[in-house]
Design a protein around this ligand. Structure first.
Ligand code: GNR
Ligand code: NI
Length: 170
């Protein structure tokens, strides 16, 4: 197991579209385990492979209070969605920024598990939000893209200033 570095907005690699996984093999299972460890350590409720600079359709999620409900979704697809809900979102790739986003309130998702077997899942509340947030990452989309231009510019400049300081002192 290993902790993986998480890339941060406005890194252009966050906008790379993830490829479908063609074979669920030992390498994928190792990456999924490392991503889960990285998510729990952060701590976060979800992590997409995009955020650890692996541009393949793999996400891990655990929205349970006791961190006992790890979900791994490979090549996830939304089969149907219903309703709307507003909620405050954050992202491990956009540290310190929390903003309200509107999402579907309910989703039905099909994905492969770590054995390469297809399964379906219905979700609402935090799980539905998290699935949509992580699936956006796989499409190269970060939640700040739902905000106004002005807010995006402010967030970008705030986070660029942070990394510039790191670069100068490194
Ligand atoms: O840890 C996370 N919390 C969170 C809160 C509200 C909506 C979405 C999320 S996902 C985020 C982890 C993350 O960045 N996943 O990509
Ligand atoms: Ni995120």
């Amino acid at each position: 197991m290993a902790l993986l570095p998480i890339i941060c907005y406005p890194d252009p690699r966050l906008h790379i579209k993830a490829a479908k996984i063609t074979s669920v093999d030992a390498d994928i299972r190792r990456l999924a385990a490392d991503m889960a460890e990285t998510m729990y350590a952060a701590p976060g409720v979800g992590l997409a492979a995009t955020q650890v600079d692996r541009h393949i359709q793999l996400i891990v999620i655990d929205v349970s209070a006791d961190k006992s409900q790890l979900l791994t979704l490979i090549n996830p697809e939304i089969l149907s969605r219903e309703g709307e809900c507003e909620g405050e979102e954050g992202c491990l790739s956009v540290p310190g920024i929390y903003e309200t986003v509107t999402r579907s309130a309910w989703v039905r998702v099909r994905a492969l598990d770590l054995d390469g077997q297809p399964f379906e899942l219905e979700a609402n509340d935090m799980l539905a939000v998290c699935i949509q947030h992580e699936m956006d990452h796989l499409q190269g989309k970060v939640f700040v893209e739902y905000l106004s231009r002005l807010k995006q510019t402010r967030i970008r400049s705030k986070l660029t200033k942070l990394t510039k300081h790191v670069r100068v002192t490194a």
